[in-house]
Ligand binder design. Structure first.
Ligand code: PPS
Length: 306
């Protein structure tokens, strides 16, 4: 990449600026629908969704897949730190998701050096086919649905491109019926569970990263074939702690930094959910995820029971 105007950094800054300068209007203006799923119209367009169908993956790509607010930025930063240590180069943080921006931005992923760290919130069925053909490593990050919902609600009310909600109760209704960006949480996780394979995919939870970060980092480095010694794991842990990422957030996410790094905790849902809302989510969990591999990983009884 010789022209800085065409670098990933420039694209990311441009997208952050677009997000920051958006004026909140109605949900109709701020959202678009593609194949039945809602997306933020400031960031996503139909032409890019079409271009994604022919996106060319590389065998050494690492794809981070998350439902929104599950720890995407955390994982991406971890991977950039690991790549920078193993490949001995400056960490280049680019949190631009493949579905963000114009087809020209997507086309510039071709210029990125390997291994590319690519992130997305896309549902399983919308992942570019070449990711599977090339057997790309897919790192799926999950977070318990109740904290995900609370984080998403706060994000809606702090990020200009997303419609604001007057109350948690109103957001809860949309979250449960899947009328939020990227669609229903439970269908997202259930679809990945249906297609999960241990050879090219690894799932990790936000909660296990919070509880035992060094062990989680070791698992990630082994799966991604980014070998690190204890000292290097410790370095990555320090650079990607919540406080460190929050302190750096103006550099990484511009004026929107605070919106991306809010609390970073487990269990904040208990401050907002009513008992009835909690039961509704419990029923959804039973219906879609009880007894599944990914459902078990969520450790629902520990993190989501009233
Ligand atoms: S996004 O906008 O969908 O990409 O958001 P995403 O990055 O997936 O998730 C945001 C939540 O992750 C928390 N976060 C962290 N928690 C702990 N440690 C670290 N280092 C970290 N980095 C981000 C962030 O604070 C959001 O959760 P909430 O509960 O809102 O604080």
């Amino acid at each position: 990449m010789s022209d800085s105007k065409h670098s990933g950094k420039h694209d990311r800054e441009m997208l952050l600026e677009m997000m920051h300068s958006t004026t909140k209007t109605s949900a109709e203006d701020l959202l678009i629908s593609y194949k039945g799923i809602l997306y933020p119209s400031v960031l996503c367009c139909l032409e890019t969704f079409q271009a994604l169908e022919t996106f060319e993956a590389r065998e050494d790509d690492i794809l981070v897949v998350t439902y929104p607010k599950s720890g995407t930025n955390w994982l991406v930063q971890i991977l950039y730190e690991m790549v920078s240590i193993v490949h001995n180069k400056e960490p280049l943080l680019d949190t631009t998701m493949i579905e963000f921006g114009s087809p020209e931005i997507l086309a510039r992923f071709k210029d990125r050096p390997s291994p590319r760290i690519i992130s997305t919130h896309l549902q399983f069925k919308n992942i570019p086919k070449s990711m599977f053909e090339k057997k790309v490593k897919i790192l799926l990050v999950l977070r318990n649905p109740k904290d995900t919902a609370i984080s998403f609600y706060n994000f809606h009310n702090s990020l200009p491109p997303l419609p604001s909600y007057n109350s948690w109760n109103l957001f809860f209704k949309d979250f449960i019926s899947g009328k939020v960006c990227y669609g229903p949480y439970f269908e997202f996780v259930a679809a990945w569970d249906n297609h999960f394979n241990d050879k090219t995919m690894m799932a990790i939870t936000f909660e296990e990263m919070k509880v035992d970060f060094p062990t989680a980092l070791k698992k990630i480095s082994e799966f991604c074939q980014l070998p690190l010694n204890e000292e290097q794991i410790d370095l990555v842990a320090r650079c990607t702690s919540f406080n460190s990422m929050k302190e750096q957030s103006e550099n990484t996410h511009g004026k929107l930094g605070d919106s991306f790094f809010r609390k970073g905790e487990i269990g904040d849902w208990k401050n907002c959910f009513t008992e009835d809302q909690s039961k509704v989510v419990d029923e959804m969990f039973e219906k879609y995820l009880a007894g599944t591999k990914l459902g078990k990983m969520l450790n629902y009884a520990k993190y989501c029971k009233w």
